[in-house]
Every structure is written in C-alpha cells, then in structure tokens.
Design a protein around this ligand. Structure first.
Ligand code: HEM
Ligand SMILES: *[C@@H]1O[C@H](CO)[C@@H](O)[C@H](O)[C@H]1NC(C)=O
Ligand SMILES: *[C@@H]1O[C@H](CO)[C@@H](O)[C@H](O)[C@H]1NC(C)=O
Ligand SMILES: *[C@@H]1O[C@H](CO)[C@@H](O)[C@H](O)[C@H]1NC(C)=O
Ligand SMILES: *[C@@H]1O[C@H](CO)[C@@H](O)[C@H](O)[C@H]1NC(C)=O
Length: 393
C-alpha cells in the first residue's frame, strides 16, 4: 500500500524536480497549470472518460452481506480517509467498492446498484456530478474520502485535493450525523448528532427512522446550523442533496425482506451500524426493487412540505438570508434542469474551456454526457450543453 503511492512520488520528484507538488492519481485537476497537467499525464495511467455502465438486470432482494463481501475494518495505513457518505463507506468496507476508497465512477454506479439497489438514474446523476467536481478526469478515479496523511502535502489553492469531503462543492452543511465544516470536522461520525436522530425516531417514528422522523431530523439540523454556524450554506446544490440524503437511509438501509410499512422503517441499531461502523447487519439483504429518482423525488417532497425552509445561507449566526435566485429554481418542486446547469457551470468554472485540451477535454465531455444521460431520464426538456464539444463513440 505504502510503496504503491510512495514509489511513483519519489521517481516523479527525481525526474522533474516536482512542479508544484505531487498530484495524487485521484485528485481533482481543477486549478492546475498546463505544465502540471502535462507532468501528471506522463506519470500516471491515463484512461480518460469512459461511458457510464448501464442498469443492472436483476433488482430483486438478495443477500449482499455474503461470504464474498465480509465487513473488514479500516487498517490504520489504508489510504481511505473517513468518508462523508455512509452508503459508499459501507460498500467499501464490504468490498462492493475497492476497499481503498478510490474508485472509478463506473465502479460506483455498479456498486450502489448491486450492493444497495439504488436506481440507475439517480446513481448516474449523483456519481457523475461528484466525478465532475471532485474526481480526476484523466485517471477516471474519485476518492470517496479525502486527503489522508498518505496523500502528501496539500497543493496550493485553488487546486482541490480531491475526494468527496471537499467542502461546498458536494459535501455540505447540516448533515444528519456529521458536523458542519465550519466547526472543523466535516466527516467524523458524531454521537451527539446521532442521538438527535434517535430521539426524533422515538418521538415521531415509534422507535424507527421512518419518513416522519426523517422530516424532523432534517428540519432540526437546519435550525441548528442556522443558530450556530455563521457560515451556514444551504442553497444549490446542497439544498437538494440534504433532503435526498435524509430519505436514503429509509430507502437503502432497510432489509429487503421487510414488506408493507416495515419496508420503510429503519431499525436504529441497524442505522448505527451503517452510519458509525459502515457495516451491514448480519445476513443483510438489499431492498426489493430499485429505488431511483422518482421515488427519491417523492420522499424529498414529503420532507420539504413537512417543514418548508427556503434555500439560503447565513450572514452571521442566526441571520438566514433567502437565496432569491435559487428560490425560483425550487419553487415548483425539484428542478432537474437547473441542477444540471449548476454542475455544467461548476465544471466550466473548475476547468475553463480554452485551457482544457486533448484527453482532458474529451474526458470532461464524456463525463458531462454521462451525467446528462440521467438528467434526460428525469426530464426530456433540459437542453444538453457541450462546452467541451461532443463525444465521439
Ligand atoms: C451514488 C454515489 C454516491 C455519492 C457520490 C454520494 C456522495 C455523498 C456525499 C458527498 C455526501 C456528503 C454530503 C454531506 O455533507 O452530508 C453523502 C451523504 C450521504 N449519503 Fe451518499 N453518495 C452516494 C450514494 C449513496 C448511497 C447508495 C447511499 C445509501 C444509503 C447514501 C447515503 C448517504 C447518506 C445517508 C448521507 C448523509 C449522511 C449524513 O447526513 O450524516 N449515499 N453522500
Ligand atoms: C473538512 O475536514 C477535513 C478534515 O478534518 C479538513 O481538512 C478540511 O479542511 C475540512 N473542510 C473545510 C472546508 O473545513
Ligand atoms: C458533535 O456535534 C455537537 C453538536 O453540533 C457538537 O457540540 C460537538 O462538539 C460535536 N462533537 C464532536 C466530537 O465533534
Ligand atoms: C412513522 O411512524 C409513526 C409512529 O409509528 C407514525 O405515526 C407515522 O404515521 C409514520 N409515518 C409515516 C409517513 O408512515
Ligand atoms: C449557468 O451559467 C449561465 C451563463 O453564465 C447562467 O445564465 C445561468 O444562470 C447559470 N445557471 C446556474 C444554475 O448556475
């Protein structure tokens, strides 16, 4: 493990005198100079963008905590940083994703389907959005964690070390079980916060985390951040992801052999296993049937309607300002075209069009095309954008 990352680093240093530090194979290339990118291309396995995998054929409930996917705890020297996402963390701890926590977007799309029966459309949507802003387009790798001590010194800003823990692009505030980045730790499991989830589930879900409990947890965390975090940010895209993530545990952490109402009620011990230990319960079966964008949209609407909070941000503690521009986007429910435009804009901001050349340009075009596949299934009216040209394949 150590030598795999250390050896190329030393060779690269010797060969070039290190242009601006070493870029890890999974780090975002946003903000890098032409020289750094050329150097990166010479010293890494460049595969570029690849077409997204398709939907899995069999979406029945089945045993997924099986003999081929045992839970193994993280070894101290493993590269995986603590991850913000209990879904991906669990898949990595069970070997549905590489246990290193560094994966291609294609591996992630397949693993969330196979391991938890996430619907193909939402899997592609979230994964390629994350890949565009936090992944490395040249190696086609994304870290589900963050920088660790193995990833070396941080590069100068605005370069992004990479990984899903990068704040304010994909990772965001008011998480259910993780603190806001403002308080210094945006990724560790927080017992106090998990207890709030338990209390809400006892009060509103009869001792289970159901959609009524989820609505309270979501609302309470927003109020808590408004009251304590002077830099609280809760507008696009966080506004959409925060509500979706409150629905996910009900959709994906409940055993697929449960039927009726019980199929949407999450036991709190099981919840703790996923959130705290990234661990499926013994004999865990994934849900029966894929849970995709439509179903997520319904859950999301339930939460927003239960306690409406407009998208916005704090200007100092307790002073929540509505983001008027984004309010339009969400006024008529969840607007997928605006979310698409946001990520296209963000990508272009990170990788200015004239600077993106050759394989980098093709990879960005491919990942945008992959992202659009999911957008198109949700709405046939969003105009596709081609800032880096069209993909030829
Ligand atoms: C498909 C690829 C996925 C990506 C790229 C992804 C990424 C992320 C990221 C970046 C966050 C952090 C947001 C924050 O700051 O709270 C997050 C949170 C979360 N994700 Fe995922 N995720 C994926 C799939 C899943 C799946 C399959 C589940 C299954 C349950 C899941 C469940 C959650 C939950 C529950 C949270 C919120 C954690 C909390 O609020 O404490 N995700 N995810
Ligand atoms: C998120 O947490 C990591 C690890 O504690 C930290 O290095 C990083 O600076 C945090 N992000 C922000 C924006 O605070
Ligand atoms: C957990 O979250 C609570 C509430 O925001 C906070 O007061 C506490 O400091 C956090 N604990 C840790 C260990 O970060
Ligand atoms: C959640 O559980 C509580 C307690 O059993 C129940 O009153 C409530 O109706 C449930 N919510 C939904 C949406 O079924
Ligand atoms: C994306 O950028 C275009 C052009 O600058 C702008 O008109 C549009 O409002 C932006 N959309 C979003 C969602 O950021």
């Amino acid at each position: 493990m150590l030598s795999f990352y250390a050896v190329p680093t030393i060779l690269a240093l010797a060969a070039t005198g290190a242009v601006g530090g070493i870029i890890e194979p999974f780090a975002s290339l946003a903000g890098r100079t032409d020289a750094e990118i050329e150097h990166f291309i010479r010293s890494n396995n460049i595969v570029g963008g690849r077409p997204a995998p398709g939907p899995i054929a069999d979406t029945s409930a089945k045993l997924v905590n099986d003999e081929h996917h045992p839970w193994l705890s993280l070894l101290p020297f493993q590269i995986r940083g603590p991850c913000v996402c209990p879904g991906l963390n669990t898949l990595a701890s069970h070997g549905w994703l590489p246990r290193s926590g560094v994966a291609s977007p294609g591996q992630i799309v397949t693993a969330v389907q196979e391991g938890l029966n996430m619907g193909w459309d939402i899997a592609v949507l979230i994964t390629y959005a994350a890949m565009l802003v936090d992944g490395n387009p040249l190696t086609d790798l994304l870290s589900i964690g963050s920088k660790t001590f193995l990833t070396g010194p941080a590069p100068p800003k605005p370069a992004i070390v990479g990984g899903l823990n990068t704040h304010a692009v994909f990772e965001g505030d008011a998480s259910m079980t993780r603190g806001d980045a403002f308080f210094g730790d945006n990724h560790s499991f927080n017992e106090t916060l998990f207890n709030q989830l338990v209390q809400a589930s006892n009060a509103f879900g009869g001792g289970k985390y159901n959609i009524s409990a989820a609505a309270e947890v979501r609302f309470n965390r927003i109020q808590q951040s408004i009251a304590t975090n002077p830099e609280f940010f809760f507008s696009i895209p966080r506004y959409a992801t925060a509500f979706a993530e409150a629905v996910f545990p009900i959709a994906f952490f409940v055993d697929g052999r449960n039927t009726g109402a019980a199929a949407f009620e999450l036991d709190l011990t099981v919840a703790r296993g996923f959130f705290q230990d990234s661990r499926m319960p013994r004999d865990f079966h994934r849900r029966d049937g894929a849970f995709g964008l439509d179903a997520t949209g319904e859950g999301l609407s339930f939460l927003i309607n239960a306690h409406f909070v407009p998208p916005g941000f704090n200007k100092g503690i307790g002073n929540y300002v509505v983001d008027e521009e984004t309010l339009d986007i969400f006024e008529n429910g969840f607007q997928i075209c605006a979310l698409y435009d946001f990520f296209v804009n963000k990508t272009v901001e990170l990788y200015p069009v004239p600077k993106a050349k050759g394989v980098l340009r093709q990879a960005l075009a491919q990942n945008l095309a992959n992202f659009f596949l999911a957008v198109k299934t949700a709405s046939s009216t969003c105009p596709e954008q081609f800032p880096y040209g069209k993909v030829h394949n």
